[in-house]
Design a protein around this ligand. Structure first.
Ligand code: ADE
Length: 258
């Protein structure tokens, strides 16, 4: 069973969207991952296919109904890998059954997505992603379904769909066999907690700007030293938070283990 994403959305035609192209698109066609999108509206039960209502307590905006969202989540979990389904009463789970897929609600108030979280999601069986409208969803469905709340950054999108695409892209590129050697190198460099060093290609002189001579020297060790120093400089200058983390980790790695 390959890594499987189910997306619950009012705009199912947005998926796979850009993920049908390029690296993720090729991996999708190769069966390294799969995706289905479910239209939340199809789980509404009334004549008008209502998915939201006015907030209790008053105020602006609409809130998505917990009963409709719960029915959509139940359908997504039932359609996923067998392990997403609860084992029948009294029946022992197959010992080799993979863990059920985490159900994630994309929201600006969620935990900020980072590469460590992406690695965890990519290492699992897949994801069930709930895209709400910005005003929000009824709190009780978050509690009842144990939804993990994830944000892709401190800004507000008009809906969770672009955030779901971002999260999926970040996961899919880490799946086995998706990245070639070139892209894997970039992942390795990020995994040491540093930003990328600068890259150059031909022409060696462009508009009076020369490529740093060390890169033309043919000295592999010196090139590696220069790249490391540049990655450290750029991280220190642009992201003091990442730099502090990197320094703390390096200290820990050097600490005696006994
Ligand atoms: N929905 C709206 N804004 C979002 C954000 N920043 N991250 C995740 N989901 C969102």
């Amino acid at each position: 069973m390959s890594w499987h994403a189910s997306v619950l959305t009012l705009f199912p035609e947005m998926f796979p969207g850009p993920l049908g192209q390029s690296l993720a698109g090729r991996a999708l066609r190769d069966g390294r991952w799969s995706i289905d999108s479910l239209d939340i509206r199809s789980f509404a039960t009334d004549r008008h296919r209502t998915v939201d209502d006015t907030p209790f307590g008053g105020g602006a905006g609409m809130v998505m109904r917990p009963d409709v969202l719960d029915a959509a989540l139940a359908a997504a979990l039932a359609a996923g890998p067998a392990s997403d389904r609860a084992a029948p009463d009294g029946a022992a789970r197959e010992p080799a059954a993979p863990a059920p897929r985490p159900a994630v609600y994309l929201t600006p108030r969620g935990r900020r997505l980072d590469q460590a979280m992406v690695r965890d999601f990519a290492a699992g069986p897949g994801l069930v992603l709930l895209c709400g409208r910005y005003e929000g969803i009824d709190e009780r469905v978050i509690e009842a379904r144990g939804l993990a709340e994830v944000s892709i950054g401190d800004y507000v999108l008009s809906g969770g769909e672009p955030a779901a695409l971002v999260l999926l892209d970040a996961c899919v590129r880490l799946l086995p066999g998706v990245m070639g050697a070139a892209e894997s190198g970039i992942e390795e460099s990020f995994s040491d907690g540093l930003l990328e060093y600068p890259h150059y290609t031909r022409p060696a002189d462009w508009q009076g700007r020369a490529v740093p001579p060390v890169l033309l020297s043919g000295h592999h060790a010196e090139v590696a030293r220069w790249r490391q120093a540049e990655a450290e400089r750029i991280t220190r200058e642009r992201r003091p938070d990442l730099w502090a983390q990197h320094v703390a980790n390096a200290g820990r790695d050097r600490a005696p283990s006994a």
